[in-house]
Design a protein around this ligand. Structure first.
Ligand code: SF4
Ligand code: SF4
Ligand code: SF4
Length: 246
């Protein structure tokens, strides 16, 4: 018989439950190591300027309090420009090293080109782009059954309606910070919002001619970072483009 005040060990809560379906923030190490190494400090949550990162709830075992992203509601749009969540993580379960290496390589190659006009090379810009491109949270996949472009349909209006709260920095504008998706109206003969709003651009997603030769459809490439902006902006009832975590 268990008396009052007796501590009952909840084995489920004590277990590490890897969540391969969770989109972790940029630079997250292997899921099982992540569960043990993350100290749930929440610094990555606090520093993200678009508040893309949430902390998981009870019922996640040792994953309780670990950070994840729900891209349909609020993706990581890279508007911090410097992977601030990675830089701020005190335990390096968001690992900065691959990004530092990518930035260094890019700056070296931009400045080593024969005849390069070094006064035109902004190392910070070069490093910034290379670091973003190095992110691999997951990869987006298109559902051909529901994608408007695959069905030769256009889109006009606000993709997620007037009440939607998600924000991002559209590549179509030269803005310094993110603004609400609901403030933008689109008018596309053939839907291509996932392509035009992708913060990474043509190394991540392009439009290609469909097999029938009758339409332009989105194709996700290996440069996709899994940021999820496409998933947020897709106007179909359930997103027709969804990021699968790495
Ligand atoms: S900053 Fe690092 S240690 Fe802290 S909650 Fe985020 S991932 Fe975990
Ligand atoms: S935004 Fe959605 S519906 Fe439009 S082309 Fe992309 S996947 Fe298809
Ligand atoms: S296609 Fe672009 S917007 Fe979509 S997840 Fe990949 S990088 Fe992000």
């Amino acid at each position: 018989m268990i008396g009052a005040g007796t501590f009952v060990l909840d084995h489920k809560a004590a277990k590490a439950i890897p969540r391969e379906d969770f989109l972790r923030p940029p630079g997250a190490i292997d899921e099982e190591d992540f569960l043990y190494g993350c100290i749930k400090c929440g610094l990555c949550v606090q520093i993200c300027p678009v508040q893309a990162i949430k902390l998981s709830g009870a019922g996640e075992g040792l994953g309780f309090g670990t950070p994840y992203i729900e891209p349909r509601e609020q993706p990581c749009d890279f508007s911090c420009d410097a992977l601030q969540c990675v830089e701020t993580c005190p335990t390096a379960v968001l690992n900065f090293i691959p990004f530092k290496d990518a930035g260094l390589r890019a700056v070296e190659s931009a400045t080593a080109e024969p005849g390069a006009d070094l006064s035109q090379v902004n190392p910070f810009e070069v490093q910034k782009v290379a670091m973003k491109q190095e992110v691999k949270m997951g990869k987006a996949h298109v559902n051909k059954q529901t994608c408007l472009a695959h069905n030769m349909e256009g889109f006009k209006g606000k993709p997620r309606g007037n009440e939607f709260k998600g924000i991002y920095r559209s590549p179509q504008e030269d803005a310094a910070s993110a603004s609400p998706l609901r403030d933008r109206d689109f008018d596309r003969e053939v839907c291509n919002l996932c392509v035009t709003e992708c913060p990474i651009g043509e190394t991540a997603i392009i439009q290609v001619v469909s097999r029938s030769g009758r339409n332009l459809i989105p194709r996700v490439l290996d440069g996709c970072t899994g940021c999820g902006v496409c998933q947020m902006v897709c106007p179909t009832e359930n997103a027709s483009i969804v990021v699968e975590p790495s």
